[in-house]
Design a binder for this molecule. Structure first.
Ligand SMILES: [Zn+2]
Length: 220
């Protein structure tokens, strides 16, 4: 299954990190989109100094359109991961139930980005299959209902890690990583390290990051 990385934004207020979404080209389901980037226009975009793009433009670079997207998976519901969900009103949103509960309680400004009238949720309680060869694994710690997406292939698993680690270096260093520059990497340190260890234990072939262009583990 081909995995296409979308370049959606740059967040200048947090170490100039990029914001990526990912399209999984599934042979029977069609395009599965993991995360939809930052919404706009909002105060948040100014506050975080975001240079933003429309997800439709990012898809068009790869000869895809929003209508091609059959399923949306949100790794979590922070502002840089669910901002353009409304572009995909026709698709179900696969979200951990714990995450939707958290976001509804906490994120009043961004709620309209994901919790619009008619939003169709597919609420998950832990690990779940999304389509043949594609599954969600609960990786709490960044947020209580964070999840990562695993795509199986002959070479091994590809992980779309979400914000379980912001960067390849944080992923590789795990608990030892210097997080002083990385506010918000975890909301609960203990479950964050446990999730990261669980991902390491899966020995993925490749790990893709929302906020780092480096791909980890690309040695055989
Ligand atoms: Zn993020």
């Amino acid at each position: 299954m081909e995995i296409v990385r979308l370049h959606l934004s740059v967040i200048h207020s947090l170490n100039h990190i990029p914001v990526h979404g990912f399209v999984i080209k599934h042979p029977s389901v069609g395009a599965i989109l993991v995360d939809t980037g930052v919404g706009y226009p909002e105060e948040l975009v100014r506050e975080w100094k975001v240079v933003n793009r429309h997800v439709a433009d990012a898809l068009a670079e790869h000869d895809l359109s929003p209508a091609d997207v059959r399923i949306v998976v949100n790794t979590h519901l922070h502002f840089d991961h669910c901002g353009q969900n409304a572009v995909f009103k026709h698709a179900p949103f696969y979200v951990q139930r714990a995450e939707l509960d958290r976001a509804r309680k906490e994120n009043s400004i961004t709620n309209q980005w994901f919790d619009f009238a008619g939003a169709k949720y597919e609420l998950l309680d832990g690990d779940a299959e999304i389509a043949e060869g594609v599954r969600a694994v609960a990786t709490p710690g960044h947020t209580v209902g964070h999840q990562s997406v695993i795509v199986e292939s002959d070479e091994g698993d590809a992980v779309m890690i979400g914000d379980a680690a912001y960067t390849a270096r944080i992923y590789e260093q795990g608990d030892q990583a210097d997080l002083r520059q990385w506010r918000g990497q975890y909301s609960d340190r203990e479950s964050w390290s446990r999730s990261l260890n669980a991902l390491h234990d899966m020995h993925p072939h490749t790990v893709h990051f929302c906020h780092d262009t480096r791909i980890a583990g690309q040695h055989s």
